[in-house]
Design a binder for this molecule. Structure first.
Ligand code: PEP
Ligand code: MG
Length: 618
């Protein structure tokens, strides 16, 4: 698709203009072919005068008026949702909720009113200043130069950026209503055009009719923001963050947008167009096939049932998990409950959140992992309690993290266990302990677990006779190699291949200089997975994989061949992994795994894995 024309042969023939290819971040797959259409937003000119001439009461009234108008616009937007595909509705509705909440007694409005009163500002100036201050404080919480927290999980940073975007978006809406400036108009986009913009906000994405627009490309933006999530939900091919886009992409120019590779080809030649059309057809077929899979069982060709579950990090992912066909949640990372806040959530607040998740799974099991703090995961509320890992003297990844920290902070641990037990009445639940290295830790955790249950029963809480299973993450080489002993203490294993790979190969994924050494297919990592799996299977104990490996369909045959039958992953990967499961037999997988496990060269293992099922000789 990216080919350019061969140079002309006749000396006097004018040289054909070569195709121009730009590249950005692929955020929503699919191919679009069509003319470019620029969607520019009318400038928002704030009045230069910041001091209120008519006094605070008049500015309060103007602000109240803008709030009422903004709420009405959001209500209209919500009414329009019903015409969008179901997936998009699930993505967009929570955003509209967030904007609406910010227009009802929020800190943004309270502080803006305070600025009007104390600084004698106009409503515009007060909103503008407060939005910037609030967004900056949210971003400061997640972005830091402190080496101890620099490796903060990318997810936390993305969540902070999304929150800041929501604040700015609400501010922009209020300012447009205060200044009567027009909003961006997406109504006159020609049918089948590729929309070009400098940037796109989530609320813009909500206004786009997916049946009208062939594709979307912007100069700014990234893969983790709400806009990207919504474009994926709208199923419109999209590429964000294309440097030089606005300068190169002239409106009306024909283009091919590839949402899989992240490329935009301007003025495509005939062979590129033919390639793009073929890719479009193949992609449409692939989507149809995957959608049909949702209702089909996850079983191999020889009818072995395989459990495919979703990983949950934010409540916003619940609809995606439900739609993916996942059979429950195999890893609920509870860290998000503790982040971006000054105080820790109490037992009742935690129980509410766990109940919401359990009820959303409608009878399918939810595996709730207790707080995995430490290492690269950093939580302000805990730091405020003085629980700061000693990063000056020690490597934080090898220090106070996960279960080690919880055993040192029994009140924190007990509160979370009590909340989970209380919520467990809403449906099937399991409790998962992170960062375990020895049997004493598991015994100590179980003692606390039993004690908490006893206390709840004394309080009159009706818990079942049998408490939810208490399992452990196998994510350190020590735990993997002691899996036979740990299997006597735990009710189930969840193999965390992300940390297991990091600790086995002594490679931090965030360190770019050694990133190439991070290889989950290294024989050492595979042997640890095999050892832990076999220990669990000998004890007839449930074992699953919940690291990134689980969501990679290329690795499904190998993992099945090692004896694993349960995988938990990002919801979007569930249909592809299901497809991989349904294409293989357990016999073939077992033979293949034996072949792989004989190898000691990681490059050869890669070759075998990529060759599986492609008629290539193993
Ligand atoms: C893992 O380490 O593989 C895992 C699933 O846990 P987390 O990614 O949350 O550390
Ligand atoms: Mg881990």
């Amino acid at each position: 698709m990216s080919r350019t024309d061969a140079p002309g042969t006749a000396a006097d023939k004018p040289r054909a203009r070569p195709e121009h290819i730009l590249a950005g971040m692929p955020v929503s797959p699919g191919i679009a072919i069509g003319p470019l259409h620029a969607a520019s937003e009318p400038a928002l000119d704030l009045p230069l005068v910041r001091a209120a001439a008519g006094g605070a009461e008049a500015e309060y009234a103007r602000l109240d008026d803008a709030v009422v108008k903004s709420k009405k616009q959001l209500e209209k937007l919500r009414a329009r949702l019903s015409v969008l595909p179901e997936d998009s509705q699930h993505e967009i509705a929570p955003l509209i909720d967030a904007y609406t909440q910010m227009l009802s007694g929020s800190r943004l409005l309270r502080q803006a009113r305070r600025r009007i009163a104390e600084q004698k500002l106009t409503a515009e100036a007060a909103i503008n200043d407060e939005v910037e201050a609030l967004a900056a404080s949210v971003l400061a919480m997640v972005a830091t130069d402190d080496p101890a927290t620099r490796q903060r999980r990318a997810d936390d940073i993305a969540a902070g950026q999304r929150r800041a975007d929501e604040i700015r978006e609400t501010g922009r809406r209020l300012l447009r209503n205060l200044t009567s400036a027009p909003f961006r108009n997406f109504a006159n986009i020609p049918q089948g055009a590729i929309l070009v913009a400098e940037s796109l906000r989530p609320s813009d994405a909500a206004l786009i009719d997916p049946a009208r627009v062939a594709g979307i490309v912007t100069e700014e933006g990234g893969t983790d923001g709400h806009t990207a999530i919504m474009l994926r939900a709208l199923a419109v091919p999209a590429v964000l963050g294309v440097p030089g886009l606005l300068a190169a992409a002239k409106p009306g120019t024909m283009a091919v947008l590839d949402g899989e590779s992240g490329r935009l080809t301007l003025a495509p030649k005939a062979p590129t167009l033919a390639d793009a059309r073929r890719a479009m057809t193949a992609y449409a077929r692939e989507r149809q096939r995957l959608a049909r899979l949702r209702r089909l069982p996850a079983e191999t060709t020889d009818f072995e049932a395989v459990e495919l579950q979703g990983n949950l990090e934010l409540l916003a992912e619940l609809p995606l998990i439900a739609q993916s066909g996942a059979a429950g949640i195999g890893l609920f990372r509870t860290e998000f409950l503790f982040m971006n806040r000054e105080t820790l959530p109490d037992e009742a607040a935690q129980a509410d959140t766990y109940r919401t998740v359990i009820e959303a799974m409608d009878g399918d099991c939810v595996t709730i992992r207790v707080l995995d703090w430490g290492g690269e995961k950093d939580i302000e509320a805990l730091a405020a309690r003085g629980l700061v890992p000693d990063t000056l003297d020690h490597n934080p990844a090898l220090g106070m993290r996960g279960l080690r920290m919880l055993l040192r902070q029994p009140d924190l641990f007990e509160t979370q266990l009590a909340a989970i037990l209380r919520a467990s009445r809403a449906g099937p639940v399991r409790v998962l302990l992170p960062m375990v290295t020895n049997v004493a830790e598991v015994r100590a955790a179980r003692e606390i677990y039993d004690r908490v249950a006893k206390r709840l029963r004394r309080r009159g809480e009706k818990l079942g006779d049998k408490l939810p299973d208490l399992g452990i993450m196998i994510e350190t080489p020590g735990a993997a190699l002691a899996a036979d002993a740990l299997a006597l203490e735990a009710d189930f294993f969840a193999i965390g291949t992300n940390d297991l790979c990091m600790y086995t190969l002594a490679v931090d994924r965030a360190a770019t200089e050694v990133a190439a050494l991070y290889d989950p297919l290294h024989p050492a990592v595979l042997r640890l997975i095999q050892f832990a799996t076999e220990a669990a299977l000998r004890m007839r104990m449930p074992v699953s994989v919940c690291g990134e490996l689980a969501g990679n369909p290329r690795l499904t045959p190998l993992l099945l061949g090692l004896g694993l039958r349960s995988f938990s992953m990002n919801a979007t990967n569930v249909p592809r992994v299901k497809q991989a499961v349904r294409a293989v037999s357990i016999d073939d997988c077992a033979r293949f795994a034996r072949r792989v496990m004989e190898q000691s060269d990681p490059a050869r293992i890669q070759e075998l894995v990529h060759g599986f099922g492609q008629g290539k000789k193993e």
